[in-house]
Design a protein. Structure first.
Length: 202
């Protein structure tokens, strides 16, 4: 069963776009994506968080679910095993960008976009491993306004059994929990404090 978890937004001003290898565009990959989960195993009826982590090159950024006056939303689609339920897409609080009076919202350095998934209460055989398909798309833009569309498709496995956190990603997921976003007329740009596993937005 396919759950489309992307929130659509209208882009009022379109950034200048190009593709790798054209018009002097960079050939280096500007965003590295991977499927992630905050647990390695979950008990029947339990909840896990599954999503995509985007590692973004310095001086580039991707966009929030409502990108503002320019850009395109970063999307997430999960393909869950039968019997699992999938919640809404969660985006952490974005940074606020302003260039020549045009305001947009998004992320620098890295971000996790995810959804909560719930295992069937009946569960399966103990130790059974299930796979989630993870698809994401984004628009990554440089400080000069040049942009490259990107996408990712991958999988991640979770085992049914006694709940066990994925230590490598649990802190990053905690820092990605949504909070109130900045406003279009905010006087200052949101600040991000670097953490070994992600960013703490203030």
């Amino acid at each position: 069963m396919v759950f489309l978890l992307a929130l659509q937004a209208t882009a009022f001003a379109q950034p200048r776009a190009f593709g790798p290898g054209r018009g002097g565009a960079p050939t280096k990959e500007m965003v590295r994506a991977r499927a992630v989960a905050d647990v390695s195993s979950v008990e029947p009826g339990g909840v896990a968080r599954v999503g995509v982590r985007l590692a973004i090159e310095p001086h580039w950024h991707v966009y929030w679910r409502s990108p503002g006056e320019t850009g395109l939303p970063t999307t997430l689609e999960l393909r869950a095993p039968e019997g699992w339920t999938v919640g809404e897409t969660r985006h952490p609080r974005p940074l606020r960008f302003e260039d020549s009076g045009i305001v947009s919202f998004g992320y620098e350095n890295e971000v996790i976009v995810y959804a909560e998934v719930r295992a069937p209460a009946g569960g399966g055989a103990g130790g059974e491993t299930v796979s989630f398909g993870v698809t994401s798309s984004w628009l990554v833009c440089a400080e000069d306004g040049s942009c490259i569309p990107g996408d990712f498709e991958g999988e991640i496995e979770i085992t049914l059994g006694e709940s066990e956190s994925a230590f490598l990603w649990i802190i990053a997921f905690i820092l990605s929990y949504p909070s109130a976003p900045p406003t279009m007329n905010a006087a200052s740009t949101a600040r991000a404090a670097r953490h070994p596993f992600g960013y703490l937005f203030t």
